[in-house]
Ligand binder design. Structure first.
Ligand code: NAD
Ligand code: TYD
Length: 353
């Protein structure tokens, strides 16, 4: 079996569902169930004997030690993190506590566990750490894409906290021989993403007839990967990756934010007609320290693990919009009072363009 952390969040929940559908191998999900983790997302697994949800913190050493001793997982896949850049700007504390200190505590317990394994069980053990391309900092419009050798230059409290955790993971391999693997992935989109990130927020607001807040001039560029493709890459890294290595994962889909928002509007016009969605686009005050461009050179994972994204941005975005249209009850269930408070605080600060 495997132990997944943060499996009730966006990428983790897609990974858990794909894993149980595809392999059938039992899985324990350790998740703190913060605002970003919703057990409702995984309710179709209720009663499935292969699945166990444990509510808890990756920084709780006693709990992590107990889970490792009890379940003897062959791998730990670490998704647990605070993940939203805007929240890291208005309140970085939780990012340091979970992404840095939490990852440290998790690594300590996994190292202890690994130290007392022997033989095949020890050889097969893996720790997979899910990270981001944001650790590499910001590119100019003509710069070459990030490779695994690009120097780290994180610019937001979020990316700095992820960079710190990546360094700890690297050190635990180098110093203690823990068989770690790290993925540095670009922006994910797809089903079950909390509607604070660009794609689901725009769908959510558009359907409600609210403004679509585009930061700055809307020309910041991200590379977009469909979440199912990212989960597939993580499985490939777990199965065939070389311990100590890092792998960049991207979608071959660089887009300016305004183009992403316009594409969402056009898909909604087709799939949920009745409103002029593009007219809702509103340029608002820019995010402080807003990275201009991210781009992924995915040649290492393609050459070494034969992994490439299957979904184009167009096909993936269509699936995503269709999923949100068909799952409005999920959106309603995750957009609680706390969500509404965050949205009104974040966007009232940006109302001046
Ligand atoms: P998310 O915010 O949707 O989910 C995070 C999950 O972690 C939630 O279920 C939350 O309850 C849980 N969690 C938070 N703190 C915890 C703690 N201390 N202990 C246990 N669980 C805790 O995030 P996501 O978008 O699914 O991202 C997952 C991972 O992938 C993160 O590490 C993130 O940095 C990385 N990543 C995300 C993207 C993206 O575009 N979303 C891109 C590249 C990498
Ligand atoms: P986001 O989804 O927060 O991901 P990240 O900051 O990790 O890349 O934002 C994606 C891009 O969209 C980023 O350039 C900021 C921009 N953005 C907006 O223009 N408006 C919004 O309301 C949000 C949430 C993001």
């Amino acid at each position: 079996m495997i132990l997944v952390t943060g499996g009730a969040g966006f990428i983790g929940s897609n990974f858990v569902l794909d894993w149980l559908d595809g392999t059938g191998e039992p899985l324990v999900n350790l998740d703190k169930l913060t605002y970003a983790g919703n057990p409702r997302t995984l309710e179709r697994l209720a009663g499935d004997p292969r699945y166990t949800l444990v509510r808890g913190d990756i920084g709780d050493r006693t709990l992590v030690a107990r889970l490792l001793a009890e379940h003897r997982p062959r791998a730990v896949v670490n998704f647990a993190a605070e993940s939203h850049v805007d929240r890291s700007i208005s309140g970085p504390d939780d990012f340091i506590l979970t992404n840095v200190v939490g990852t440290f505590h998790l690594l300590e317990e996994v190292r202890r566990h690994h130290d007392q394994l022997a033989g095949d069980e020890r050889d097969a053990f893996r720790f997979v750490h899910i990270s981001t391309d944001e650790v590499y900092g910001s590119l100019g419009i003509d710069d070459p894409a990030f490779t695994e050798r690009t120097q780290y230059a994180p610019n937001s409290p979020y990316s700095a906290s992820k960079a710190s955790s990546d360094h700890l993971v690297r050190a635990y391999h180098h110093t203690y021989g823990l068989p770690t693997l790290t993925s540095n992935c670009s922006n994910n989109y797809g089903p079950r993403q909390f509607p604070e990130k660009l794609v689901p927020l725009m769908i959510h607001n558009a359907l409600a007839g609210k403004n679509l807040p585009v930061y700055g001039d809307g020309r910041n560029v991200r590379d977009w990967v469909f979440v199912g493709d990212h989960c597939d890459a993580i499985r490939a890294i777990l199965a065939q990756g070389i311990p100590g290595e890092t792998y960049n994962v991207g979608g071959n889909a660089e887009r300016a934010n305004i183009d992403v928002v316009h594409r969402i509007c056009d898909l909604l016009a087709e799939l949920a007609p009745g409103r002029d969605y593009r007219s809702l686009v509103t340029f608002v005050k820019d995010r402080p320290g807003h990275d201009r461009r991210y781009a992924i050179d995915g040649s290492k994972i393609a050459a070494e693990l034969s992994w490439r994204p299957r979904e184009s941005f167009e096909s993936g975005l269509r699936k995503t919009v269709e999923w949100y249209l068909a799952n409005q009850d999920w959106v309603a269930s995750v957009t609680s009072g706390a969500y509404k408070n965050w949205i009104s605080r974040n966007y009232s600060a940006r109302s001046a363009a």
